[in-house]
Design a binder for this molecule. Structure first.
Ligand SMILES: Nc1ncnc2c1ncn2[C@@H]1O[C@H](COP(=O)(O)OP(=O)(O)OP(=O)(O)O)[C@@H](O)[C@H]1O
Ligand SMILES: [Mg+2]
Length: 287
């Protein structure tokens, strides 16, 4: 099937499409964005996609960070990418040629970004049509946005109906998310992932706490992910942490996936470290 061959035009995708008496439920297109760079959008996209696929969903991940191309590496698929997003948008490859099946999770596919191209080369309306077309085939289409709020961000958002915004517990990151949420407006029902939380620093009062971030942003909290050295190890291996069945951070990603899927999962907790003997002695046991 060639996704853009019918009209090539952008149409607001209906939530359901009726074909010869049958109703096809359209998948959900979710953009993962942040404003600020380097806060964990790609890591979140890879782990959420993996966790959703492990639950049995069919998931297409789109790397919309044209020019940088990272998601393939995080998923360990860099050697399997033959065609990319711009090939599909420009109709030099079909979507089936370009979608790379994940090697770890059945039902998970990647549409990689072009490395040697510019973000400005993406046609926003074609991007919208592509996402609409993928929604007919997948339960979730998750779009990894580039940093910033320029054209790359606008293209990433174009076909989405929902947004996950990622921030780290830093004032600059929180402020950028606030700006992005203002740009998105209510239509995308943005939900927040707070990434790279370091409970020791929160406890010491040198890092913003989940409550501090929440007090400022007032967004539905989808998840809290600790600063986790294993993430760097698993990223280098091309095996998202969510593939692991044990460990707190893997569990946090699975809880995010369950919330995205509509399950009523208890709100994310950040376990603060127990006070050390030193703290108990010198703060009268209040630490
Ligand atoms: N929870 C975490 N704990 C430790 N390291 C993390 C965590 N999340 C992300 N990282 C690391 O932080 C770096 C940036 O993460 P990532 O590439 O996901 O950010 P990004 O928002 O997609 O960046 P960009 O804006 O450049 O696209 C990576 O090296 C990644 O491995
Ligand atoms: Mg990224």
């Amino acid at each position: 099937m060639h996704v853009l061959s019918q009209t090539g035009e952008a149409v607001a995708a209906p939530e359901e499409r009726v074909t010869t008496g049958e109703t096809t439920k359209l998948g959900r297109a979710i953009v993962v964005t942040s404003g600020k760079g380097g806060v964990g959008k790609t890591t979140t996209t890879a782990n959420l996609g993996t966790a959703l696929a492990q639950r049995g969903a069919r998931v297409a991940l789109i790397d919309a960070d044209v020019g940088l191309r990272n998601l393939d590496i995080v998923l360990g698929l860099e050697n399997r990418v033959q065609h990319h997003l711009l090939d599909v948008l420009e109709e030099t490859a079909t979507i089936d040629d370009a979608l790379v099946p994940d090697k770890h999770s059945e039902g998970l596919f990647l549409l990689a970004a072009a490395q040697a191209r510019e973000k400005d080369e993406v046609d926003t309306e074609k991007m919208r049509a592509l996402v609409a077309s993928l929604r007919e085939r997948f339960d979730y289409v998750i779009i990894d946005s580039p940093a910033g709020i320029e054209k790359g961000f606008k293209n990433a958002v174009a076909g989405a109906q929902e947004a996950i915004v990622v921030c780290t517990p830093e004032v600059s990151s929180v402020r950028d998310v606030d700006r992005v949420v203002g740009l998105l407006g209510n239509r995308f029902r943005p939900q927040l992932v707070i990434n790279r939380v370091r409970p020791q620093l929160v406890k010491k009062g040198t890092m913003l706490s989940v409550e501090d971030v929440d007090a400022f942003l007032r967004l539905p909290l989808l998840g809290v992910i600790a600063d986790e050295p294993q993430i760097i190890v698993t990223t280098n291996r091309g095996e998202p942490l969510a593939l692991q069945r044990d460990g707190k951070t893997a569990a946090a990603y699975h809880a995010i996936a369950a919330r995205v899927a509509g399950e009523d999962v208890p709100p994310p907790q950040v376990e603060l470290p127990k006070p050390t003997l030193f703290q108990r002695l010198f703060r009268g046991g209040r630490a």
